[in-house]
Every structure is written in structure tokens, then in C-alpha cells.
Design a protein around this ligand. Structure first.
Ligand code: SAH
Ligand code: SF4
Ligand code: F3S
Length: 484
């Protein structure tokens, strides 16, 4: 997705892409900030809000850490390894700081929220600690830190959505963009730190979301991904309508901006995705036929301990419903192996539910106990690490088999692809995605085309993660190219 080639950050999460910010207009700003992001797409979207707030304060973004006056790390706490990666980076930055008096380093995001003043007190690693709901106070905090005071704000809010702040699109391909539609999470899955680091769930003003998507379309963007920890519980009450705006309503309004604007969303919680949403997806060609539906485990007993509030059978029925209403939909999942008390039988149930669902791909993790979560308080982390890892490798092997099967099924099919840019491997090839979110690479051919264009591509081959094809000689339905 985002390929900057420089200060690229990988954590072991699925969400581990990073962007390298660039100076929008190198001469416009007298001071520079550098920001690195870890964790989920929401964190990346937040960094664009932070960039907007800092721009207004006269700071321009730089890719080059050497020329920065301010360094920010937007952090993730989801697993222990994610935190270790960030910690290592903060030590790197402290070394830079020792050689550059006046340079300020700030920790943002979920680790800031989880560890709070600990960063300033015990470790003295950073000058600023700013939680995910406190970015509006960044200018004041920068000033405080500059004058040598303790600069910390980790207050969580019940209503902050940054609705009025226009994100500065950092390292964008100009075609696809993320749009936050809600913040926080009320779900309390027992393994998860997010409700503690992100606070209560709140939905962003529907009008401001529509305006942002319309602006993006007018600027030439052709795809928006609506982001929330649990998008299906979106609901917004405005002053005009008596009934709240639901996620299905929101999806429909955005799909109506233009048939040429694709809409994606993430993440759906299996307990909340409604028939209404599925029917809306089926009605609009430009709502992408792809659902990320984290299962976590295939065992009802483990799901109950995880507090996921659905059973194995409920989840399977949800998959059936998706296949019935949106037959060409691809499905992906998140899976955790080795959660507290997980037996070989529970694990076998995870493998069999994967087969049942036929995931196109999955994001797979072994359980990492997070301090303060329900699971950490209630249950013993009693599956040995080697067992967790062995089960993870079995889950990965199963997914590889399923992905190969799913991709083989695509061979010979013709898909409408939105061109996102040149292939990383060859200047002669375009790279884009189909509605099902699969990456498709194909030779450019003779006709002039550009990123942001739609083109029909016939798939000839596949690798594990990519479909390889060629521009279809006979375009299935030219009209469909215009109406997306
Ligand atoms: N809100 C989303 C995802 C949140 S975090 C959802 O509900 O699906 C992304 C994924 O990280 C989770 O789906 C889960 O599979 C994984 N994860 C969360 N906490 C974890 C932990 N303590 N150990 C291992 N994986 C974890
Ligand atoms: Fe975490 Fe569960 Fe909320 Fe997802 S739905 S963010 S896994 S608590
Ligand atoms: Fe990580 Fe926070 Fe996202 S813990 S996954 S950055 S909400």
C-alpha cells in the first residue's frame, strides 16, 4: 500500500506499514517534524491529523530525521513485540537527541496512553507524552517541552473525533485514502488492550465524513477506506433526522458520491455486521466486495473466554449469510493461537473453521498477554510459547493452502482493477487491486493509462499474494468502466 522506500517501519502486526512524511512545500515552514507510525491503520490516519495540527503551528513534515526539530513516534500496544520495537526506536532517537540540543522527542498513541508518565519519569526517554485523544493540545505541549517542563496529556475523551480537522495526506499515492469514521471500542474482548488505550466508542459526524470523502474524490482520489475498530456499530444522531445514521446508511451515502469512487471498510465485528450492510454492499458495484471478519478462534469455549460474544456456529452462519447475499465477496480474518487454556481440540476447531470460511487471507498471531486486560486479570497465560508458535505455524500453513486455492480459482477470471501506481518490480507494469482487495499486476500495454483509472484485467497466473494478468482484449462491459 504505502511504499515510501525510506523510514519504513515494520512491526509484526498486519497493520505494520509506515509512511514517510514529506515536506509539502519545503519552503513554507521554518521548523520541521518527523513522524513514524506503528500499529493499525487508525494510527496512520491519526498521524495525518497530527500533521495537520502541526502544519498549522508552522511545522512542516520531513522524511529526513537529521533535519527534524521534533520527532514523533505514533505507537502501538497490541502485542508485546510491537512495544519492544517502539522502545528500540526511542533509544535510537535518544542517541540523536544527545547530539542535537533542542531536539524534542514525543511519544504519541496507544503506548503513550498505556504507560502515561512512566516514559517521562522512570525512563526519561522522551520529552512529550500525548495520548490519542489529546492531539489538539500538541502545540501547547511542544511549547511546554521546549521550555523544559513536563509535557503530558493522556486524557481520554468521550466525544473527540477530530471531525473538523482535515488530515494532511502523508506519503499518499493520490488514489486511495483512509477516513476515520469512529474512535475507541466498547467491546472488551478479554485479550485486547485497545479499549484501555483508545477509550469509549464514539462515531464521527456523518456530514463531516461525507464532506471529507467528497473532497477526496474531487482531488482525484478513487478509493476511500472507512476505518473503525468496529465499523458496524457506527451510529450518529444529527439534529435533522429523528433516526440515527447507521453504518449501512453511511456506506450508501458515500457510495452515492460517485460510481467512480470505491468504498472499503474495516473492521467488522461478526456480532454486529447486519443484513442491511450486506444488502447495501450487494446493491452498489462501487462498494468493494471484501469483508475483514476477525474470528480469533474456532472454539466456542475459547471465544467465550475471549468475550467475543459469538459462538463457532454463529460465526459460520454469518459466513453463510455473506456468501448468500454477496456471492463474490472475499473474506479475511484475524486469528490468535495459544490463548489461555487452549487445547489441541480447540486448536483443531480453529483450523476447521478456517477451512469452512475459506479465507482469502488472514492475519495470524500468537497470544501475547497485555497488562491490565481482562484476560491478564482473570486467566493464566498457560500455553507454553513453543506450543503457541507451533500452532501458529499450523494456522499459517492452513492459510497458505487456502490462499493458493482461492487464487487458483481467480485464474481465467476478468476483474475490474483500480490502478494504484507502477509495479514495484517493473516500470512496464501497473499495480492495482480488484474489488476483492487482491493485488493485481499486469503489463501497461500500448494505451495511455494513469493511476486512478479503472481497467479490466484477465488473470493468467498467481503467486501466493498477487494475481498476474493482462489487460482484457474484450472489455466485459465498457459501460461498467464508466459507472465503476
Ligand atoms: N478491532 C479489530 C482489531 C483490533 S487489533 C477487531 O476487533 O477485530 C487487531 C488484531 O490483533 C485482533 O483482531 C487480534 O487478532 C490481534 N490481537 C489483539 N490483541 C492481541 C493479543 N493480546 N495477543 C495477540 N494478538 C492480539
Ligand atoms: Fe479489541 Fe475486541 Fe475492540 Fe477489536 S473489538 S478493538 S479486538 S476489544
Ligand atoms: Fe495498536 Fe492502538 Fe491500533 S494498540 S492496533 S495502534 S488502536
Amino acid at each position: 500500500m504505502l511504499d515510501s522506500g525510506i523510514n519504513k517501519v515494520h512491526d509484526e502486526t498486519r497493520q505494520g506499514e509506515a509512511f514517510a512524511p514529506f515536506a509539502l512545500d519545503p519552503n513554507q515552514y521554518s521548523k520541521r517534524f518527523y513522524i513514524e507510525s506503528y500499529g493499525c491503520q487508525m494510527n496512520f490516519a491519526d498521524s495525518e491529523i497530527v500533521a495537520s495540527i502541526l502544519n498549522q503551528q508552522g511545522f512542516g513534515a520531513t522524511r529526513n530525521v537529521e533535519e527534524a526539530d521534533l520527532i514523533f513516534v505514533n505507537t502501538c500496544s497490541i502485542r508485546e513485540k510491537a512495544e519492544q520495537t517502539v522502545r528500540k526506536r526511542l533509544h535510537d532517537f535518544r542517541r540523536i537527541k544527545e547530539e542535537k540540543p533542542g531536539l524534542l522527542v514525543g511519544v504519541l498513541g496507544c503506548m503513550a496512553e498505556r504507560l502515561k508518565a512512566k516514559f517521562l519519569e522512570e525512563e526519561k526517554l522522551v520529552d512529550m507524552v500525548v495520548g490519542p485523544d489529546a492531539y489538539r493540545s500538541l502545540p501547547a505541549l511542544v511549547e511546554e517541552a521546549g521550555s523544559g517542563s513536563r509535557a503530558i496529556n493522556v486524557l481520554l475523551s468521550r466525544d473527540e473525533t477530530y471531525a473538523d480537522i482535515s488530515p494532511v495526506r502523508l506519503d499518499s499515492n493520490g488514489v486511495t485514502a483512509f477516513v476515520s469514521i469512529m474512535r475507541g471500542c466498547n467491546n472488551m474482548c478479554s485479550f485486547c488492550v485497545v479499549p484501555f488505550t483508545r477509550g469509549r466508542e464514539r462515531s464521527r459526524d456523518a456530514g463531516s465524513i461525507l464532506r471529507e470523502c467528497t473532497d477526496l474524490f474531487q482531488q482525484g482520489y478513487r478509493e476511500v477506506t472507512l476505518l473503525g475498530q468496529n465499523v458496524d456499530s457506527y451510529h450518529f444522531n444529527d439534529d435533522i433526522h429523528t433516526a440515527p445514521v447507521t453504518f449501512a446508511n453511511l456506506l450508501e451515502s458515500i457510495a452515492q458520491i460517485s460510481p467512480l469512487l470505491r468504498v472499503r471498510f474495516s473492521t467488522s465485528h461478526p456480532k454486529d455486521i447486519t443484513d442491511d450492510v450486506l444488502h447495501t454492499m450487494a446493491r452498489y458495484d462501487n462498494i468493494c466486495k471484501y469483508i475483514h471478519l476477525p474470528v480469533q478462534s474456532g472454539s466456542t469455549r475459547i471465544l467465550q473466554m475471549m468475550n467475543r460474544t459469538y459462538t463457532r456456529e454463529w460465526y459460520m452462519a454469518k459466513v453463510d449469510r455473506i456468501r448468500e447475499i454477496v456471492p463474490d465477496c472475499s473474506i479475511s480474518a484475524d486469528i490468535i493461537t495459544g490463548f489461555c487454556t487452549e487445547t489441541e481440540e480447540d486448536h483443531a476447531e480453529t483450523l476447521s473453521i478456517m477451512e469452512y470460511a475459506g479465507y482469502d487471507y488472514s492475519y495470524m498471531f500468537f497470544y501475547s498477554e497485555r497488562p491490565g486486560t481482562l484476560a491478564a486479570r482473570r486467566y493464566k497465560d498457560d500455553v507454553p510459547e513453543d506450543v503457541k508458535k507451533r500452532r501458529l505455524s499450523e494456522v499459517i500453513a492452513m492459510q497458505n493452502k487456502l490462499s493458493r486455492e482461492r487464487n487458483r480459482f481467480d485464474i481465467g477470471q476478468t476483474y475490474k482493477v483500480l490502478i494504484e501506481g507502477e509495479s514495484k518490480k517493473s516500470k512496464d507494469d501497473w499495480m492495482g487491486r480488484n474489488s476483492q482487495n487482491k493485488v493485481v499486476v499486469f503489463p501497461k500495454g500500448d494505451q495511455p493509462r494513469a493511476k486512478g483509472d479503472y481497467v479490466w484485467v484477465k488473470v493468467n497466473e498467481c503467486t501466493q499474494g498477487t494475481l498476474l494478468g493482462e489487460i482484457a482484449v474484450e472489455q466485459p462491459d465498457e459501460q461498467a468502466l464508466v459507472t465503476a
